[in-house]
Ligand binder design. Structure first.
Ligand code: CA
Length: 223
């Protein structure tokens, strides 16, 4: 789970990210409207925590532009203002939740968890071909065989299974599995794709992980 925090106050941004990290979330940070939008448009985040007052353009504008480009990542909007007009404008712009500053840590965590639960509520496994990815246990399943995945293998499998056979670019995989700030290189993707191929074979699945030279990876139903 990766959360993008768009907040120009460094201290608040740092403390939000620390809090989220303590609860097992990976985070990335942007500190103004334009770069926040650029990050958000990649569509790789599970949630965006978005401040209203930002340099460049504000959080309402950012949410509107994001939704206009059909990026549906859930947005939790933060603001110092708590008037009804702002709340309505935030929701109109495409925010899913709204939290007025100052808020308590557990309030934020409750919101984050509620949004993510709602996102994930309808699926507890992702299926492709003869295989399934069990999201609760982080296992690959084929008929009555199961194999446990490491954290990175699981994130990589989740990206590929979510795409349902469509191509996922190497850049997207690097960001989703390793994060913006990591030094991971494309070779890591190939190494982990190799681990997943072996595990698929170990449970007798005919699903293949195909590499498209220099572009990315996709699943192929070998049945
Ligand atoms: Ca601000």
């Amino acid at each position: 789970m990766t959360i993008l925090v768009i907040e120009d106050e460094r201290l608040l941004s740092d403390s939000l990210r620390e809090l989220l990290a303590q609860h097992g979330f990976a985070t990335e940070a942007a500190y103004d409207g334009p770069s926040g939008l650029e990050y958000a448009l990649t569509g790789v985040y599970d949630l965006i925590v978005l401040d209203v007052m930002l340099p460049g353009f504000d959080g309402f504008e950012l949410a509107r532009r994001l939704r206009a480009r059909r990026v549906g990542t859930p947005i939790l909007m933060l603001t110092a203002r708590s008037g009804l007009d702002d709340r309505v404008e935030g929701l109109d712009a495409g925010a899913d939740y709204y939290l007025a500053k100052p808020f308590e840590a557990r309030e934020l965590l409750a919101c984050v968890n509620a949004i993510l639960r709602r996102q994930g509520a309808q699926v507890d496994e992702l299926r492709f071909g003869d295989a399934a990815l069990d999201l609760a246990s982080a296992e690959l399943v084929c008929a009555d065989k199961r194999v446990r995945l490491s954290a990175r293998e699981f994130e990589l499998a989740r990206c590929l299974f979510s795409a349902g056979g469509r191509l996922v670019s190497k850049e997207t995989l690097l960001v989703k599995v390793w994060g913006w700030e990591s030094k991971a290189v494309e070779n890591n993707v190939e190494v982990y794709a190799g681990f997943l191929r072996r595990k698929l074979a170990a449970i007798g699945s005919l699903v293949k992980i195909k590499a498209q030279r220099s572009l990315g990876y996709h699943l192929e139903d070998g049945t």
